[in-house]
Design a protein around this ligand. Sequence first.
Ligand code: GCW
Length: 714
Amino acid sequence: MVPRLFCWMIASTMLVATPPVMAEDGYDLWLRDARIEGAAGQQIAAHARTIVSLNSPSLAIARQELQRGIGGTTGALPALSDMIQQGSLLLQSATSTRAMAVSTEGLGPDGYAIRSMNVEGKPVTVIAGATDIGVLHGAYAWLRLAETGAALDRLDVRSTPRIGLRLLNHWDNLDGTVERGYAGQSIWDWWRLPDYKGPRYTDYARANASLGINGTVLNNVNAKADSLTAAYIAKAAALADLFRPYGIKVYLSVKWTAPMELDGLKSADPLDPAVAAWWKTKADEIYKAIPDFGGFLVKANSEGQPGPQDYKRTHADGANMLAAAVKPHGGIVMWRAFVYAHDNPDDRAKQAYSDFKPLDGQFADNVIVQVKNGAIDFQPREPFHPLFGAMPKTPLMMEYQITKEYLGQSTHLTYLGPLFEEVLKSDTLARGKGSTVAKVIDGSLEGHRLTGIAGVANIGVDRDWSGSIFNQADWYAFGRMAWDPDLTAEAVAREWAAQTFSPDPKVVAPIVAMMMGSREAAVDYMTPLGLAHIMGTGHHYGPAPWVSELARPEWNPVYYHKADRQGIGFDRTKTGSNATGQYAPALAKLLDNPKTTPERDLLWFHHLPWDYRLASGETLWDGLIHHYDRGVEAVAAMQRDWAALKPQVDAERFAQVEAFLAIQHREALWWRDACIAYFQSVSGRPLPAGSAAPAHPLDWYKAQSFPYAPGHPK
Ligand code: GCW
């Protein structure tokens, strides 16, 4: 962290238009609170002369955050005061000793109201919540408004989160590695916890609280039983103590066979009373150490993990047994629906639905089923998961992957906001038009009160937290859209760019334009037109559409694209695997016909001849190549746009993005060339005029290997 005073001294000697001279390493995320010059800075100072607030743990944080933000942006530190004056910020919750200036009715435990009004005859800004946590969220919201240029003299905002559980899922292992992590080792220093609690934990909490994220699952869903030992419970409790005043609860992933591994039980059968008793005792032990412990996340009978099906019981039997253990303490169970079995020959995209749909109505009321956004696995693009809308009696929560296992990992600039938005806005048609995925997960479609959304974190010990400056935007977008799933990706990108770089429209506009086109660019240079899962084996880095020799059919890229001399794509229509039949009938009907299937999902649902005509009139073959070309060109355009921003961006962050874009361009070309070389070897067709031949023969691409690629579970 750069000392503020030092920043002001330097900033005040500079002309407004010159770039900041301080090196920035990204550690401060979107909470940089950089100096805002001119009228925008003056209005912040005028509306934050003093802060009037009580001093509970969470309100102390709110005051500190406001002081830090206002001090940073204006150079004037607002005083703390008991007296209301013109330009005070008045923080109020149920504990306030003054009469509430605004009603907190309907704000719930997390929401806030911000209002410009007269109190005791003075024009002030009230930041109110029913709880201190609500006020804290309001303080962050006020800073966001101030730093993105809102008019601070006429605020009237009331905001409550639409989704109850807004959680990060860390796939962090107890040995410090992170599965699918591309930002260095885990930020949890398990070895030195609970004694040593480094400053990162608090900075992590403030970053999350600033977005309204209210929970974190500390350990990998591929869990070790050890995280439930007394020693590790104490470590988790130390983190819970730090996070509590920020409104963040901790949760743990559990290994199904923990009772056997830790205490020698003979079985992990959920209907065995000894097993249920073990979990009950374990839950009691956890709640003793962490009274507000959130609950358990479970990956069971999936990718080799044990689970209730090993005992011929269902996922519901398993989930309900755990749910009973945490129920007396107010805890919940998040049961993942990411399942596919090695001995199931059915289309992998169908298996979660086949397993879970029949269990609708059988889950206890403190169980929520956690469903990935698509039916395969966090691909650059997937149609929404058919379970959304298909289990009306069961609360379903969304699982997004913020870490970019399949979207360029740490170096590609591929802003995920548009992916999140696309899925949330998808219409399931489950209860007629307008039955969007957002309405399924915010509970409004079926009237569920238990609601949630999870994002697999992209956080590690890298100074910039997320492996790249632009990857921070994915964490930011997840949090903001978890709070309000109706926010657009573009609005969120605008906020993020203004706080992360500069509120100057000449900076915000080009950065937002780059971000908004970036995910589609990645789809184009990786998996256009509904292709999926054609990446390298294991590490999932780079293209490998030719892979066909892995033991399980659904591990192989050829299983997913099914390209041959005649055509390409996976027939999931009623004449194929009938995955379309898992969607609402009105939607299934559209998806059964390639002409009424969104072209972006074409090859996900259809196997089509190379001569099939796309909407543009070109053949599928030519169109495929043109998508690959466009993807590479879009990255080149981002490089040009970024280069033009050089005068406006600090040197250190500029250089990182510049270098990463160069990597992205090289790799986009690699994806394009490798995929075209392979598909051409299958189709035997010439490239359309103007499209360059791949730089190398196919065998060159096949020969590449990446033994130390990060994030890959060993
Ligand atoms: O496909 C995958 C990832 C695994 C991950 C799994 C899951 C945690 O490649 O690394 O395991 O999804 O979501 O369980």
